[in-house]
Design a protein around this ligand. Sequence first.
Ligand code: SAM
Length: 437
Amino acid sequence: MRVPQSQDPDSQDPDSQDPDPQGPESQDKAVADHYVAYPYPARDPADEGKRLIEGSPSRLAEVEHYLFQGRLPSPFRVLVAGGGTGDGAIQLAQHMASRGVEGEVVWLDLSPASRAVAEARAGVRGLNNIRFVQGSLLEAKALVGGDFDYVDCCGVLHHLDAPEAGLAALKAVLKPAGGMGVMVYGALGRRGVYDMQEMAETLAPTDLAPEQRLAIGQRLFKDLPPSNWLRRNPFVRDHLDGGEAGFYDLLLHARDRAYTVRDFIALAASASMSVVSFIEPARYDPAAYLTDPKLLATISALSPQDQAIFAERLAGNMTTHVAYLADVARAGEATAQASDLQWVPVLRDPETRDALANTARSGKLVADTMGVKLTRSLPRRAPAILRRVDGVFALSAILRDIQAADAGLTEDAFLRDFQALFRGLNGLNLMWLRRAD
Ligand SMILES: C[S@@+](CC[C@H](N)C(=O)[O-])C[C@H]1O[C@@H](n2cnc3c(N)ncnc32)[C@H](O)[C@@H]1O
């Protein structure tokens, strides 16, 4: 792994004009050159007419659930830091426009080539709620001001010389009651990636042009023996599926580090922030994997953080960590809780509602998450509730509708069943809550 070299002040010549080829300045230049040559992820603006790319972090309803107790502030001010070719900014701006949410999305990135792609995508969609600012997130306050409700920073912090400084710069532009959606690389799931980066550095140092480095890296990849860990790792795919930009980003990055859950929690803490939730929550719960009751009893006594650390080691497949963060003072209260009937359940994929309701008749839902089957048990009334979830009806209306056929159903029994259903689906990040208006 390319970890920034620690600086020994005594060994530095302050007047030297030649940046250390391994040093932060040289790496900064290599990272900037990289995203000019290969804007990432590669996107064709014309595709905006055909589909919207959606994902975590930063689906609007997901942000509302995890960070704003089910009700977005209005107006809603968003910063997408290291916005790249626009996936996060386009998703957020489109969701806001479709829902009529007032506010703006500010895209901030160093790369002019990525800006051109992101702006063209917004143009195809006719979105006029995105402002584009070119520059470093380390200077966010000077470039874009403060008072953001939400900051998206997906796949960026791990490319900085000092990720803690990056997170601190973003925290400084966030309102105290705001939150962040962050993605960093996962150390255990990326086994083999850093061996390949080290070898590529030997054969294709970062002072070569990006095109030359790509050609050499591709030749090396073709020649890897079958025993090589990258070859054997089925969880990383960008070099296979992501075109030249994906290959370069994964295997030829000039500065790239990965985080264990423990390291990531420490990174958040460096900015006085806590993890509100990892996505998907069940993947960070050892109970989703283990069946041995004695082991489970011991593990259930651990703190949620230690359970997440344990789950990462158990699963071994976490190539990234996606998490919502908030200031330590409000992280425990940021997320909506299904406490009464004034909540509107929202399905992540509304078009799957009827299929989900049918599956729920078996009393369980089995999801394949990167080679592991996670089983969620569902309550008896799950199908009846699910069939009535439309993202508009509050639980009170759903209860009334079910009571028309089941007059004996009490509010308490209904709420217990809904809470069990919610635990099952939310664990897989399939259902969120919005506060009824
Ligand atoms: C892997 S891409 C991720 C892009 C985008 N967030 C996404 O999820 O698709 C990393 C991006 O971070 C940008 N970047 C790197 N260092 C930066 C900095 N200091 N300030 C702003 N952007 C930066 C790069 O230019 C690049 O577009």
